[in-house]
Design a protein around this ligand. Structure first.
Ligand SMILES: Nc1ncnc2c1ncn2[C@@H]1O[C@H](COP(=O)(O)OP(=O)(O)OP(=O)(O)O)[C@@H](O)[C@H]1O
Ligand SMILES: [Mg+2]
Length: 469
C-alpha cells in the first residue's frame, strides 16, 4: 500500500478492532468463569441439602432409605440437577431419574469439571465426599453455552461495526493529520529556480511540523542564496568576458585588414576569429538561459496562425536542408491562433532542424509535422539519424549535454536544446524528445497552448541576446 494516508487509516482501524477483539476474548473468559463458579455454588447448595436430608447417621441407613430420601429431596429439581452417588468400591448407590442409568463420568483428581454425558449433554460437575459415599452432582451448561454463543455473535457484529467505523475515522483523521504535510509538499514543489523566494507557511503550534517547516525554509534560504550567487557569477563573468573578447577580435581583424600577414598566419587569425564568434555566441546563450530561468525575458506575444508562420520560414528551412544534402518534408494540419513571438519560435525550429540535419544520413528525409487542434499547437521534427535512448532523451535538454560526438565533427556547444526548452517554456509550452517508433531516428516535439481569445500584443521589451541561427 503506497499511500501513507491509506496505511495510517488501515493501522488505526486494525489496532482499534484488534484491541476490541482482545477485550471481547477476555470478557468471554471472565464471563464463562463467573457462570461456572455460580454453577459450582449451585451444585454445592444441592449437596448441602442432600446431606441435611440424609442426616448425621446416614451411613447406618439402608440403600432403599437413602434412595427414598434423596429422591424426595431432588425430584423437585430434576431438570436442574443430575446426581449419582457411589459407594466405592461397590456399585453405584443412586442415579437421579434424568440420568437414565448412565453414570456421570469421573475425572480423577478433580472435584469440579465439565463433562459430557451421552443423551444429556454437557454438565458442570461437582464431586463431594461424604464417607463412605461419593456424591456427584451435575448441572447442565446448555444455558451458559447459549448465553456465551449470543455473546460471541454480538461481539463479532460489534467488531465488524468497529472495523468499518474505525476505518472511516482513520481516513478522516489521517487526512486531517497529513493535510499540513500535503500543503508543505505542494509549496515545496512550487519552489523552483524561477520562484525561489516563495516559502512554506509556518504552521501554528510549536510541534514537529513547525520544526520541519522551519528547517525546510532555512534550506530554501540557503538554496536561494547559492542560486543567486551562481547566477550573478555567471552573468558577471559573461559580461566581463565580452570586453576582452571584443578587443581580441578587433586586434585580429586589424591584423587581417593591414594585410601584412603571411598566408598561413592569416589562416590562423581567421580560425581565431571563428572561435571568438563561437565563444561570443555561447556567452550570449548562457546569459539568455540564466535570464529565462528567472523569468527575466519578457516576450512580445502576438496571436497568429501557425500555418502562416511556418509558410514564412519554410523556404529558409528548405534551403538549409538542401545545402546539407538532405530532404525536408513538411506537413500541416488544422488551424487556430497561437500566442507567440515569431523570432524565438523561428530559432527553436532552426535549432531542431540543425540538429536533425547534423545526424541525418546523406539524402535522409526529415519530416516536420505541425498540428493545431483544440489542445494546442504541436510541432514535431523527426529525422533518420541514429536517434537517442530513452535515458538520453531525458537528459538531452540539460546544459552542455552532447552525445556520441565524433572527433573533428561539426562543433556544437550543447546549449541549443536548453535554449529551445527555455523559449518553449517562456511561451507556456513543453518540449520533449523521444526515439522514433516507425524506424531509426529521433522525434523532437513541442506543444504550445492556443491563444486566449482577444490577446493583445504585450509591449514588454525583449533583450535581443541571440544572433539568429
Ligand atoms: N536529432 C538528433 N538526433 C540524435 N541526437 C541528437 C539530436 N538532436 C540533438 N542530439 C544530441 O543532443 C545533443 C545536444 O543537442 P543541442 O542542440 O543541445 O547541442 P548541440 O547541437 O550539440 O550544440 P548547439 O545546438 O549548442 O550548437 C547533441 O550534441 C546530440 O548529441
Ligand atoms: Mg543543436
Amino acid at each position: 500500500m503506497k499511500s501513507l494516508r491509506a496505511r495510517l487509516s488501515l493501522w488505526f482501524a486494525l489496532s482499534a478492532t484488534i484491541t476490541l477483539a482482545v477485550l471481547f476474548v477476555v470478557g468471554y473468559l471472565l464471563l464463562e468463569s463467573y457462570i461456572q463458579r455460580d454453577l459450582d455454588l449451585l451444585n454445592k447448595t444441592e449437596f448441602e441439602q442432600i446431606r441435611a436430608r440424609l442426616g448425621t447417621d446416614y451411613s447406618a441407613l439402608t440403600p432403599q432409605i437413602v434412595d427414598q430420601r434423596i429422591r424426595e429431596t431432588t425430584n423437585y429439581a430434576s431438570v436442574l440437577f443430575y446426581i449419582n452417588i457411589d459407594e466405592p468400591p461397590h456399585d453405584i448407590l443412586f442415579y437421579s431419574n434424568n440420568l437414565d442409568g448412565k453414570p456421570i463420568p469421573d475425572v480423577p483428581g478433580k472435584h469440579v469439571y465439565n463433562t459430557f454425558v451421552p443423551g444429556v449433554g454437557e454438565l458442570r460437575v461437582g464431586e463431594f465426599i461424604m464417607p463412605p459415599f461419593d456424591v456427584t452432582i451435575g448441572t447442565p451448561t446448555r444455558q451458559m453455552r447459549q448465553g456465551l454463543t449470543a455473546y460471541v455473535e454480538v461481539s463479532v457484529a460489534l467488531l465488524v461495526i468497529m472495523l468499518l467505523t474505525s476505518g472511516l475515522i482513520g481516513i478522516a483523521t489521517s487526512r486531517m493529520i497529513l493535510r499540513p504535510v500535503r500543503l508543505i509538499g505542494e509549496t515545496a514543489n512550487r519552489i523552483r529556480s524561477d520562484n525561489l523566494a516563495e516559502r512554506i507557511a509556518v504552521p501554528s503550534g510549536k510541534d514537529e511540523l513547525f520544526d520541519l517547516v522551519r528547517l525546510l525554509n532555512q534550506m530554501f534560504d540557503r538554496l536561494e542564496a547559492s542560486f543567486k550567487q551562481a547566477r550573478q557569477f555567471s552573468e558577471e563573468v559573461s559580461h566581463e568576458l565580452k570586453t576582452p573578447l571584443s578587443l581580441v577580435r578587433l586586434h585580429a581583424e586589424r591584423l587581417l585588414v593591414e594585410g601584412r600577414l603571411e598566408r598561413r598566419h592569416e589562416d590562423a587569425v581567421l580560425v581565431q576569429l571563428d572561435e571568438l564568434a563561437r565563444i561570443n555566441q555561447m556567452i550570449d546563450e548562457l546569459l539568455f538561459i540564466s535570464r529565462a530561468e528567472v523569468n527575466g525575458v519578457k516576450l512580445n506575444l502576438v496571436s497568429q496562425h501557425p500555418a502562416h508562420f511556418l509558410r514564412s520560414i519554410e523556404p529558409d528551412l528548405r534551403v538549409l536542408a538542401e545545402h546539407r544534402g538532405r530532404r525536408l518534408h513538411s506537413v500541416q494540419h488544422g488551424d487556430g491562433l497561437v500566442a507567440m513571438e515569431e523570432k524565438w519560435l523561428r530559432q527553436v525550429i532552426f535549432n531542431l532542424l540543425t540538429n536533425a540535419l547534423r545526424v541525418s544520413p546523406p539524402n535522409g528525409m526529415i519530416v516536420m509535422q505541425s498540428t493545431v487542434d483544440s489542445s494546442g499547437w504541436c510541432v514535431s521534427i523527426a529525422d533518420q539519424g541514429p536517434g537517442l535512448t530513452e535515458e538520453q532523451c531525458e537528459r538531452v535538454f540539460d546544459r552542455f549535454v552532447r552525445f556520441n560526438v565524433q572527433a573533428g565533427e561539426d562543433q556544437g556547444s550543447g546549449l541549443g536544446l536548453t535554449i529551445c526548452r527555455s523559449i518553449i517554456e517562456l511561451h507556456g509550452g513543453s518540449i520533449r524528445a523521444q526515439p522514433r517508433t516507425d524506424g531509426p531516428g529521433l522525434r523532437v516535439s513541442f506543444e504550445l497552448p492556443l491563444a486566449p481569445p482577444m490577446l493583445e500584443p504585450s509591449h514588454a521589451v525583449i533583450q535581443p541576446l541571440l544572433g539568429s541561427s
